[in-house]
Design a protein around this ligand. Sequence first.
Ligand SMILES: *[C@@H]1O[C@H](CO)[C@@H](O)[C@H](O)[C@H]1NC(C)=O
Ligand SMILES: *[C@@H]1O[C@H](CO)[C@@H](O)[C@H](O)[C@H]1NC(C)=O
Ligand SMILES: *[C@@H]1O[C@H](CO)[C@@H](O)[C@H](O)[C@H]1NC(C)=O
Ligand SMILES: *[C@@H]1O[C@H](CO)[C@@H](O)[C@H](O)[C@H]1NC(C)=O
Ligand SMILES: *[C@@H]1O[C@H](CO)[C@@H](O)[C@H](O)[C@H]1NC(C)=O
Length: 335
Amino acid sequence: MASALKIAALFFLLCGSWRWSAVSGTSPMTAVDMFEQWIAQYGRTYANESEKSYRLGVFTRNLDYVNAFRQAGNRSYTVGLNHFADLTDEEFRATYTSTGLSPSDGSYPGLMPFQYANVTAPSSIDWRNEGAVTPVKNQAQCGSCWAFSAIASIEGINKIVKGSLISLSEQQVFACDHYDAGCSGGLHYRAFSYAVSSGGITTEANYPYQPHQVACNSTKQSDHAVSITGYAMVPTNNETLLMNAVANQPVSVSVDAHTFRFYKGGIFDGPCGTNLDHDVTFVGYGTDENGVAYWIAKNSWGAWWGDHGYIRFKKDVAEKEGQCGLTLRASYPII
Ligand SMILES: *[C@@H]1O[C@H](CO)[C@@H](O)[C@H](O)[C@H]1NC(C)=O
Ligand SMILES: *[C@@H]1O[C@H](CO)[C@@H](O)[C@H](O)[C@H]1NC(C)=O
Ligand SMILES: *[C@@H]1O[C@H](CO)[C@@H](O)[C@H](O)[C@H]1NC(C)=O
Ligand SMILES: *[C@@H]1O[C@H](CO)[C@@H](O)[C@H](O)[C@H]1NC(C)=O
Ligand SMILES: *[C@@H]1O[C@H](CO)[C@@H](O)[C@H](O)[C@H]1NC(C)=O
């Protein structure tokens, strides 16, 4: 199999149609040139030449996808090569998303009733403008999105209720929450349940993120900066109820992520399914100049990913599960 892939890579090298006009449209660049430039930009190194030529083949296929998407035109969002450009779809899913987690009912300790059924939501909100969102973080090569999603929601409600924005420790949740499974994945609402049982969360500065350090430091775990009293699940299949919640605080949301890894900006309208494999944090919503409604999601793939680390999803779609299944599993912390 590996050698078949390498032969395929060689095929790309020898015969692939890799002459391609750069985005600027002035100087044509080969895929090889672009790959070298990309390697320099992201500081990538490969173990040996055969690994490098295999990665060139993967890069070229991703480049072809981006190129074809741009040529098709007329889309509500843009794509571009980013730090995921030398990964296959399978590698990307295995490393940066959390697959194989069975969704459950959310009845872990601390569950409270949804309290936003009857609120009147404004037509738009962006919690970034209210100072309730910390800078975009990076989960690195680890399926710990669930911890980042939960922490961003806790940072948000703490600012809204207590008045100060404190960057909190994903590492504590990642290493100490035994409902969840570290880099192998987890669920945002179980992270909230952990935060309730632990009595609180320490600061990012006190317990910084180290993705492969899975042993919980109980001293740091007990040094609480922020506490939550519970969490609630947003009723499923209803974008209005999700909007009511986001109108009041940042909300953790699960989505089907593997089709938007090269997203660069605009409003993502698919294609994507409802196989929930990634957790993000919804920090607002609004309507663009063409009247298209969107959600604003904070991601945890670094600030250079997507639109400065964010992605906007199409809102109020015909399907009640929402774009990429965004109404199927959402929860928020309560202080
Ligand atoms: C090249 O590196 C890859 C990835 O580390 C490794 O699997 C492979 O065995 C290496 N090949 C040679 C010829 O050293
Ligand atoms: C662009 O896409 C929209 C919505 O999908 C469609 O209604 C419109 O006809 C398309 N325009 C062109 C020029 O293809
Ligand atoms: C919301 O309103 C409905 C009908 O007006 C009422 O039955 C329900 O109890 C209210 N829910 C909450 C949480 O206030
Ligand atoms: C745990 O955290 C404490 C307080 O920051 C520190 O002194 C200690 O060395 C840490 N323990 C381990 C095993 O890293
Ligand atoms: C969403 O929930 C509200 C309040 O319970 C209800 O009025 C509305 O019909 C629901 N919308 C959908 C699409 O189910």
